[in-house]
Ligand binder design. Sequence first.
Ligand code: SAH
Length: 243
Amino acid sequence: MKVTLIGAGPGDAELMTIKGLNRLKQADVVLYDRLVGEDIISIIPDTVEKICVGKHTGKHPVSQEEIASLMISKAKQGLHVVRLKGGDPFVFGRGGEELEILYENNIPFEVIPGVSSPIAAGVYAGIPLTHRDYSSSLHIITGHAKKNGQLDIDFKRLAGLNGTFVILMGIASLENICTGFLEAGMDGQTPAAIVENATLKSQRKFVGTLKTLFELSQRNHVVSPSVVIIGAVCTLSDKLGTL
Ligand code: SAH
């Protein structure tokens, strides 16, 4: 009886860790999210039960409670359960919440990190997230609005930092995010980029400025999953981007 929480990385199967891959091959059952790349799912042996818990059944995604109870019941049957998540399980992945439930239910667990999408998007788009000439800090921020529609971003404090801002889940609220930074006094000419489907064959990259980014995204019909990067480091993309 054991649950292994594994970060599958951002999509390119070769970015998965050897440790994660080894555990995946030893699993009895794998519960995976929508963001886990198809190439990774295809590595799982046919003898392993595969359950997608990220698919929307009707309009509703499988709830966190349902996922937790599935993990617990499978583990209590004596099975080795792998919980496979996109990117890293502890970066906006609810990995912590799921482990707390396992802890409360006395189910042994281990966690294996994965390459998180902000890190991979920067590399695959030729944008070093830090660079001594351009940025002195790196901030990974959720662009997911709260229930009342408000963003949980302290634009005023962030705008005053000489940093790189990477926003996950930010496409639906991109206009408000850009406006938030502009109204907080950030220069409209600040370089900014979007990396859609980072590391996958379908990757697209758009580079503009804080002022033009939303319009750029609309014109190109940018979809999720995408990473938004705001900061002077985005200017390096032309020089360092190989894709
Ligand atoms: N745990 C994940 C993040 C989950 S939140 C990680 O560490 O990467 C989901 C958000 O991650 C998406 O809305 C998107 O902003 C980002 N994301 C995940 N995979 C991505 C990819 N391949 N390309 C671009 N963004 C991605």
